[in-house]
Design a protein around this ligand. Structure first.
Ligand code: MD3
Ligand code: FE
Length: 187
């Protein structure tokens, strides 16, 4: 994967400023996925709810800037998928250790839901669960592996989705984890 080494270097710099943390859901459950952000705002959750915040609640400081290379990668993917106007302003970074999962949810905290979301997967593979517009719609299972770049937009933007528990393993360049970056237009 040509862009993986650069991405991993950038991730190390981001995590040094805004460390990965397991956030609390509004219901009080600790998430198994560890998260951080870069960009003008960052996605957070705690007892008060889900939202985007300008300051990292862990450090009280702004999130690290969104690297230009990441913006370009996401814009190139979005153009290919038919979203030439996509202007990402935030990247949510998810880290899955073996056993971590993400239950079915919708992404609806972004202001303009006509903007797509670009996701980049690194490290261990995972099964992505791709449901419908109702939580009860039975999800498709889609394997995701290192280097996959996907663009989620249009009528599927509000589809329920999640990630099945990540199986144990060790990826040769990323190690014992899966990293997923989602580039979004949140503001
Ligand atoms: C389909 N992350 O951060 S990324 C999330 O692999 C999230 O970490 C997953 O769901 C992960 O919110 C999946 C791909 C993705 C992101 C947003 C979507 C797929 C989507 C929004 C609508 C439909
Ligand atoms: Fe999501």
């Amino acid at each position: 994967m040509p862009f993986a080494p650069l991405l991993l270097a950038v991730l190390g710099e981001i995590a040094a400023v805004a460390p990965f943390r397991n956030m609390l859901t509004p219901g009080g459950q600790r998430m198994s996925v560890a998260m951080t952000n870069c960009g003008a705002v960052g996605w957070v959750t705690d007892r008060k709810g889900y939202r985007y915040e300008r300051l990292d609640p862990e450090t009280g400081r702004p999130w690290p800037p969104l690297p230009d290379g990441l913006i370009e990668l996401a814009q190139r993917a979005a153009v290919e998928a038919g979203f030439p106007a996509f202007r990402p302003d935030v990247c949510l970074i998810n880290r899955y250790e073996p056993g971590a999962r993400m239950s079915l949810h919708q992404d609806r905290d972004e202001r303009d839901l006509s903007a797509p979301i670009v996701s980049v997967s690194l490290g261990l593979g995972a099964t992505f669960l791709f449901g419908g517009l109702k939580r009860s719609d039975r999800p498709y299972r889609l394997p995701l592996s290192h280097g996959d770049v996907l663009v989620w937009g249009g009528e599927k933007r509000l589809a329920y989705h999640g990630v099945a528990p990540v199986a144990d393993g060790c990826h040769e360049s990323v190690g014992r984890m899966r990293i997923n970056l989602t580039l979004r237009h949140a503001l």
